[in-house]
Design a protein around this ligand. Structure first.
Ligand code: BJ8
Length: 426
């Protein structure tokens, strides 16, 4: 079937047949998973629309931005600061990486036992299925886990890549290394865009991204209510969309949704009855269309009320202090904020365990699903510490390891048993 965007996709060099198949699959999955949810907030209509245009309208907007002289910067990690991209007059987008596509091609460049997220972003590029990567002027990577840092070396042969060196610890020398990497990033973007980054335009970038984070935090806080005013599936979707939608439009849409949720909370209306088993998901990030775990939980009699994840609270919790007057001070603030992120790539990383426990308390969670992408060693290793720490506080934790394969049945069985066990304790 011919679509509005065929000419655009063809020009971007996508594999038209495979891409049509991917969009069909995605559209069907979305219709089956999201639309039948009971009592969805009306304001989810905006996000339904964004997903329906996932490779359409937003890509067209990016091409228009490029025609107007802007640069598109593609990222894969919350350590790459969108604020600096905005200050340079650019647009930041997260890349496709949540589906099992092109793995056969990716495995010609990467070991088979690489996590699905990494294989997916390679697969999308090699199978010519991601319009975002084709639009991007620069991919910015980071030295987080071993899988990613080695993958970027190879990815540099496929697209222009800049890698930021992220330290593995958070001592004074590590902080100064990261601060200098931010300074280097400023120079790279100035060269690419021809626009000088000043205190004024960086403060503007910080304000835009802070507003986006504040809206996401408002949404996160509303989920403490019982009954939960929004499903975990919808909340995860919103966090996923935050990586590629226009930031100002996204922020106002999240705030509009929160206005509706305020009313729901006041009226005691929710997506599941009061007293439904409440769970938090913690661990590796979930990129679109990775919806397996919340789907399993929310079709097993539980509701997800929080995500301790980079597609979740790790991305939004802390704001950047935009008060320093000069560029150096603002970059210091930015560096300080990013180094609060509790990625399992840091060693040691005890703050993450504190965060999971405090989220469980604040959101009144009955249990935690520790979600781990297969072959993601940093989060797999921390899952043992997380289990010990949470069980000490009386909160059960399920260690769940999966990938992007068709194992929904097994995942569902394990989650169902966990929900039943947690429910029996209440
Ligand atoms: S700050 S979590 S976004 S690195 S799942 S590729 S860790 S093997 S994505 Fe991440 Fe930044 Fe950290 Fe967040 Fe490696 Fe694990 Fe794969 Fe991962």
């Amino acid at each position: 079937m011919q679509t509005l965007y065929d000419a655009m996709w063809r020009e971007l060099g996508l594999d038209m047949e495979a891409h049509a198949g991917l969009l069909d699959f995605l559209g069907k999955a979305y219709r089956d998973i999201f639309l039948p949810q009971p009592n969805r907030p009306k304001a989810m209509g905006y996000f339904d629309f964004v997903v329906s245009e996932i490779h359409g309208l937003r890509v067209k907007e990016l091409l228009e931005a490029k025609a107007a002289g802007k640069k598109v910067i593609a990222t894969f990690c919350v350590f790459v600061p969108e604020e600096v991209v905005l200050a340079a007059g650019g647009v930041a987008i997260g890349l496709c990486g949540g589906a099992e596509v092109g793995f056969d091609k990716a495995e010609k460049h990467l070991p088979q036992n690489t996590c699905a997220l990494i294989k997916s972003f390679f697969g999308f590029k090699l199978a010519r299925l991601c319009p975002y990567i084709e639009v991007a002027d620069l991919v910015v990577g980071e030295t987080t886990c071993d899988g990613k840092k080695k993958a970027y070396e190879v990815f540099g042969e496929l697209a222009p890549v800049h890698v930021m060196e992220l330290p593995q610890c958070k001592g004074p020398a590590d902080r100064s290394l990261w601060r200098s990497e931010l300074g280097k990033f400023v120079g790279i973007l100035e060269d690419l865009t021809g626009r000088q980054i000043t205190a004024e335009n960086l403060r503007g970038g910080i304000a835009t991204v802070n507003a986006k984070r504040a809206a996401l935090n408002r949404l996160a806080a509303l989920r403490a209510a019982d009954p939960a005013p929004i499903s975990g599936l919808d909340a995860l979707l919103i966090n996923q969309i935050s990586f590629y939608d226009d930031p100002a439009r996204f922020t106002s849409s999240v705030n509009a949704l929160c206005d509706e949720l305020d009313e729901r909370v006041a009226a005691g209306t929710g997506v599941a009855p009061k007293g439904t088993t409440r769970l938090i998901v913690s661990g590796s990030p979930m990129a679109i269309p990775n919806w397996k775990v919340p789907l399993a939980a929310e079709t097993s009699g539980a509701v997800i009320v929080g995500e301790e994840s980079c597609v979740g609270s790790r991305n939004s919790r802390d704001l950047v202090d935009g008060s320093p007057e000069d560029l150096g001070g603002l970059l210091d603030s930015l560096a300080a904020r990013t180094l609060k992120i509790e990625c399992a790539c840091f060693s040691p990383n005890p703050e993450r365990l504190d965060t999971v426990q405090s989220m469980a308390r604040v959101l009144k969670a009955d249990g935690v699903i520790h979600y781990n992408l297969l072959f993601c060693t940093p989060y797999a290793a921390e899952s043992f510490q997380a289990k010990k720490a949470l069980e000490k506080s009386g909160i059960p934790l399920l260690r769940l390891e999966t990938d992007y394969s068709q194992d929904f049945g097994q995942v569902k069985n394990r989650v169902e048993a966990f929900v039943e066990m947690v429910g029996d304790r209440e």
